[in-house]
Design a protein around this ligand. Structure first.
Ligand SMILES: Nc1ncnc2c1ncn2[C@@H]1O[C@H](COP(=O)(O)OP(=O)(O)OP(=O)(O)O)[C@@H](O)[C@H]1O
Ligand code: SF4
Ligand SMILES: [Mg+2]
Length: 334
């Protein structure tokens, strides 16, 4: 059974740019099994973070979030009241934010914030909660964790604050961890350590993970399934190895093909570098092209692609999906 089930999630933003709210995320459908890791990639501005913030119930007030289904463990997320959310956040679903300062209160010590979270969700005594906090800070690679517990977030470097936030996010053993570029601002050794820690928790606690990253090497190494987002839509999804070795959507193909020295049929040799640049830019949500969202940048575009929205095609048995009327056939890039 799926832990997370999302069907036709749509996010609009009220804006003074137009009378009608701006349609940002469009008809997003995906599910996540217990213990599974889903990688999400896509250029900046494709709607990865706002989707995650919607699933955490913490999008800006200007957002209108609707879905046919948005259930975590059978609970309808979109009907929750703030009081009910407080129970779910932390305990059931936790998030590592792109910007650590979003999650940390700069005026409260690390100890106060961590111990309170651990006590609230795990029901431990203060002493046990402190021990647990020290252990977690050590796990995320913070030197002298006992001393760091007394620090205030503003006294920490960006990398240290990010690690504290990661420790807080995993402290409650959530069923679902959303890791939104969890290792930005961290050096390569720590990045690897954090990703291995998330993987270990995924396996040990049967935790589900949504891993958003700009690094195709990271998703190829850590996530079983991959979702490619473009301009607020899923354009391709399926088993990571299938997508990387045989991309069907021209956008996935372009992401992979433009990697310097990409050898996509040999994952181990895939260089770990950020998403490469493709000429052109992701359209702003208020300036969408007609038809396929990728058409102004697509080398395979035909007039048919510019007429009306492109439906997603689902291919069984592996549940491969792509949103393209001229999908790449051979797919193997060398
Ligand atoms: N509160 C808001 N009001 C209006 N538009 C918003 C709001 N928040 C986000 N957006 C729009 O949504 C777009 C997508 O944002 P999002 O942060 O989800 O992108 P992303 O895929 O996470 O990008 P990145 O890789 O840079 O983190 C933004 O570029 C912005 O145009
Ligand atoms: S539908 Fe057309 S424009 Fe869009 S990705 Fe496919 S070929 Fe390119
Ligand atoms: Mg983001």
């Amino acid at each position: 059974m799926s832990l997370l089930e999302v069907k036709n999630l749509n996010i609009h933003f009220k804006s003074d740019r137009s009378k009608e709210p701006i349609h940002a995320v469009r008809d997003l459908s995906f599910s996540l099994k217990q213990g599974e890791m889903l990688g999400v990639v896509g250029e900046s501005g494709s709607g990865k973070s706002i989707t995650n913030l919607a699933l955490m119930g913490i999008l800006a007030d200007s957002a209108i979030v609707k879905a046919d289904v948005a259930k975590l463990n059978g609970v309808d997320l979109l009907s929750l009241k703030e009081k009910e959310w407080q129970k779910i956040r932390g305990q059931e679903i936790s998030m590592i934010f792109q910007d650590p300062m979003t999650a940390l209160n700069p005026f409260l010590s690390v100890q106060f914030q961590m111990v309170e979270t651990i006590q609230t969700h795990l029901g431990l005594s203060k002493k046990d909660a402190i021990d647990k906090a020290v252990e977690l800070l050590g796990l995320v690679g913070i030197p002298s964790p006992k001393d760091r517990l007394k620090a205030y977030p503003f006294e920490l470097s960006g990398g240290m604050a990010q690690r504290v936030m990661i420790a807080m996010a995993i402290s409650t053993n959530p069923k679902l961890l959303i890791a939104d570029e969890p290792t930005t601002a961290l050096d390569v050794t720590i990045q690897k350590q954090i990703l291995n820690l998330i993987k270990m928790l995924q396996e040990k606690n049967n935790m589900s993970v949504i891993l958003v990253t700009h690094d195709l090497g990271v998703v190829s190494e850590y996530s079983e399934r991959l979702q490619v987002m473009y301009a607020g839509e899923i354009v391709e999804s399926g088993k990571t190895t299938d997508l990387i070795t045989h991309p069907r959507h021209p956008y996935t193909h372009a992401l992979l093909a433009s990697r310097p020295g990409a050898l996509v049929d040999n994952l181990k040799r895939m260089p770990k570098t950020p998403l490469p640049s493709i000429s052109g830019i992701v359209p702003a949500f208020h300036q969408r092209p007609i038809g396929c969202q990728f058409n102004p940048r697509c080398e395979f575009v035909t007039p048919e692609c510019q007429r009306s929205p492109i439906a997603i095609e689902v291919m069984e048995p592996k549940h491969r999906e792509f949103r393209c009327i001229h999908p790449i056939q051979s797919g193997v890039i060398s």
